[in-house]
Design a protein around this ligand. Structure first.
Ligand code: TMP
Length: 233
């Protein structure tokens, strides 16, 4: 089957069925838009298992995504969508880039979750953009921007509840959306420790890619520990 897209962490292939794609999770791990890069055996499997589980949980809550089913340890079947070139970031507590950008204290809780848009463009280093920029770039109109924000906040509520059940705190996460052939906006891409910040409620220990970004522990051990918690739900 034809390779339609290859990113840093995944490959996307056509299938025999029209409108259905197969996603293969790779063992590559990157940080800082590819500035730091490694291959780690088993990383693709973990992110596929974790993302599949999250999408299944969202489905159970009545929230549909592009996810159809998990095909194997490293592959999923998904509905074909055209990815909207936005990284939608939701933040419940300050961490990562917002700490540097606005001089906030790491761990500071936000009264209401913050939604941010980043322009998905590797050459430009995925800059943060305003809603007016989103419209200027013809990425989405007012109605679609409203829908993206509403959906991001719904997903946040569901994920927070799941994390609570694991005694974990959802600090922030990044999601991507796509449009199917009818123009319906669907959650796409992945939800994994690569794309979320997750802290232990008691100790603030990281269960996410910050262990790799900051060289503070084993990524595989961390993701395995997170997967075991998620599996036990
Ligand atoms: P940031 O603090 O670096 O802006 O990241 C916010 C959240 O978004 C964090 O959970 C990591 C995730 N993220 C991605 O998944 N991909 C990216 O390219 C970036 C910049 C962040």
């Amino acid at each position: 089957m034809t390779l339609v897209y290859e990113g840093k962490a995944k490959r996307v292939f056509t299938t025999e069925e029209d409108g259905v794609y197969r996603i293969e999770y790779k063992d590559e791990v990157t940080a800082g838009n590819g500035a730091k890069k490694d291959s780690m055996a088993g990383k693709g499997r973990l992110n596929n298992l974790i993302t599949s589980k999250f999408f299944e949980k969202l489905n159970e809550e009545g929230y549909a995504s592009h996810f159809i089913s998990r095909l194997s340890e490293t592959e999923q079947l998904v509905r074909k969508v055209d990815i909207i070139p936005l990284e939608v970031v939701v933040r419940n507590k300050a961490a990562g880039s917002i700490v540097k950008r606005l001089g906030l204290t790491k761990g500071q809780a936000f009264e209401v979750p913050l939604v941010e848009f980043y322009y998905k463009n590797d050459e430009l280093n995925d800059p943060i953009i305003t809603e007016d920029h989103v419209k200027l770039l013809n990425i989405a109109d007012d109605e679609e921007i409203k829908a993206l924000k509403e959906q991001a906040l719904i997903i946040n509520r569901i994920l927070i509840r799941l994390m609570e059940q694991m005694n974990l705190s959802l600090i922030d996460f990044k999601i991507e959306f796509g449009k199917d052939k009818d123009g319906t906006i669907l959650l796409a891409d992945e939800i994994s420790p690569d794309t979320c910040r997750i802290w232990d409620k008691a100790t603030n220990e990281n269960f996410d890619k910050d262990v790799y970004r900051e060289d503070t522990g084993s990524l595989i051990d961390t993701y395995t520990a997170f997967y075991n918690k998620l599996e036990a739900l």
